[in-house]
Design a protein around this ligand. Structure first.
Ligand code: HEM
Length: 453
């Protein structure tokens, strides 16, 4: 590597490894991160290609300097085509105004007031599975999780203004968007006028989102009822200078909030079934905890803090399959990061997935081991070796909601059923903006009382 006045040039991913990057991008990124052992790696040929940044120190610099490292390029152009100028993608005053409006809905105090209603919605959705469980039929794990998460989320965040079937249609549309944007991420130099595979499906999915949310937003703006849900809150808000917020801006934030509040939770929980099938000892401990804490009663808010092992399993699921696996940034000006020169406009690959699987920070990183997150043990060190919810000013708004919702879902399902995966456990991820298993998981739901008897 050549020394320069302002820093060294980044290491490069060996050319012979580039085909691997296209065929198995996640494995190749982890391999590149491990090979560089925390140093910055440039992926690509010549003077183009993103920089892979994996070391916790460097990540902290990038995530905590949002004026110098912005959400532009790569992933963000694709997300922007779906959610426009929403909280999830913007910077500066537009971002701050959305964040200020939405933040009060997600504080721990506010989420605690929603928890029993959320538990009830989850219970109702899980009860619908009893018929299939009694007959010994199988269910599609992803569809059922989507239905359960949508029922809970639409009830507590969206005041049931979006029906569960429509919310499920939106989740399906997000699934299409998350995968069909990949060709444009892989070919960032392709101009928008050049049709690429996936463009039509992407546009149809965006149209579905608009068809569902725009009539609801128009109705709430025509007849405001002082509701405290996400849509009412966004419709009642004023812009940076006290002006009325445009319909487009409200639409963008509503779509972004439906997307982040459903897709991420569904994605993380969808890894639980292959994990439990491959790790009977984890399944046994999880079932024992739910039996002890919940027993024959209905899952309530007071159970959540007692579900300690469930929390450890969730933390480990978030380590190995963080739904926001890829949160790139663009350098606004020329930078020297960790001694490496980075030119203005370059893309910085920030990936919790990669850092969470690096041998420099984790022992046996590919093993599923919830003990890493024993609350009586040491916290993961250094801080940015584990960051499933991002960091800095864009840190996830829904982290506490997830910490309540996910244990409620697991405890409700496992207090009623012993789900068994049909077929082998497959841990291959499907590449998209979020991270879900590539193969469809089918489950047999054995009723718990029958198992205990
Ligand atoms: C397992 C569940 C979740 C994961 C892994 C996750 C992950 C993340 C990550 C990594 C970011 C940072 C993005 C960045 O730095 O550019 C983020 C931001 C965000 N998340 Fe989550 N999230 C989850 C659940 C949720 C839920 C349930 C909600 C809402 C109800 C939510 C709402 C948001 C919002 C609004 C932002 C943007 C914050 C901002 O830019 O100011 N997330 N999330």
């Amino acid at each position: 590597m050549a020394e320069t006045a302002s820093g060294t040039r980044a290491r490069r991913l060996a050319l012979r490894k580039l085909p691997g990057l296209v065929r198995h991008p996640l494995d190749a990124l982890v391999e590149a991160g491990n090979a560089a052992n925390g140093e910055i790696v440039r992926l690509g040929v010549g003077s183009v290609g993103p920089y892979l940044v994996t070391s916790p120190d460097h990540l902290e610099t990038v995530l905590h300097n949002p004026d110098r490292y912005v959400r532009e390029g790569l992933l963000w152009d694709g997300v922007r085509r779906a959610v426009g100028e929403a909280i999830l993608v913007t910077e500066g005053p537009v971002w701050k105004s959305s964040r200020d409006v939405l933040r009060p809905l997600f504080t721990p105090g506010r989420v605690n007031t929603m928890t029993d209603r959320m538990a009830e919605a989850i219970r109702d959705a899980v009860t619908d599975l009893e018929g299939t469980a009694r007959t010994g039929g199988t269910v599609d794990a992803a569809s059922e999780l989507a239905r359960i998460v949508c029922r809970a989320t639409m009830r507590v965040l969206f005041g049931d203004r979006i029906s569960v079937p429509d919310a499920v249609r939106m989740v399906d549309a997000f699934g299409v968007i998350a995968t069909e944007m990949i060709p444009r991420i892989v070919l960032p130099w392709a101009p928008n006028w050049l049709p690429l595979p996936g463009d039509r499906a992407f546009a149809a999915a965006v149209a579905t989102l608009d068809d569902i949310v725009l009539p609801i937003i128009r109705e709430v703006r025509r007849n405001p009822d002082g509701g405290e849900d996400v849509i009412s809150t966004l419709c009642a808000a004023r812009g940076v200078d006290g002006e009325e917020v445009t319909e487009q801006q409200i639409r963008d934030d509503v779509v972004a909030m439906v997307s982040t509040s459903t897709e991420t939770t569904i994605a993380v929980l969808s890894w639980l079934w292959p994990v439990l099938a491959a790790h009977p000892e984890v399944a046994a401990r999880l079932h024992a905890e739910v039996d002890r804490v919940v027993g024959n009663s209905e899952v309530r808010r007071s159970h959540v803090p007692q579900l300690r092992y469930t929390r450890m399993v969730l933390d480990e699921l978030l380590r190995l399959w963080p739904a926001g696996w890829f949160i790139p940034r663009m350098a606004v000006g020329d930078e020297v990061l960790g001694g490496t020169r980075i030119e203005a406009g370059a893309t910085i690959l920030v990936s919790p997935y990669v850092t969470h699987r690096m041998a420099a920070f984790w022992s046996d990183p590919d093993d599923f081991d919830p003990e890493r997150f024993d609350p009586d043990g040491p916290k993961p060190e250094p801080y940015y070796s584990y960051f499933p919810f991002g960091g800095g000013q864009h840190r996830c708004l829904g982290q506490y909601l997830f910490a309540v919702e996910a244990p409620l879902i697991i405890a409700t399902l496992l207090s009623r059923f012993r789900p068994e995966l049909v077929g082998p456990a497959d841990f291959t991820p499907r590449l998209g903006a979020s991270l879900r298993p590539a193969t469809e998981a089918r489950l047999v739901l054995r009723p718990v009382r029958a198992v205990v008897a």
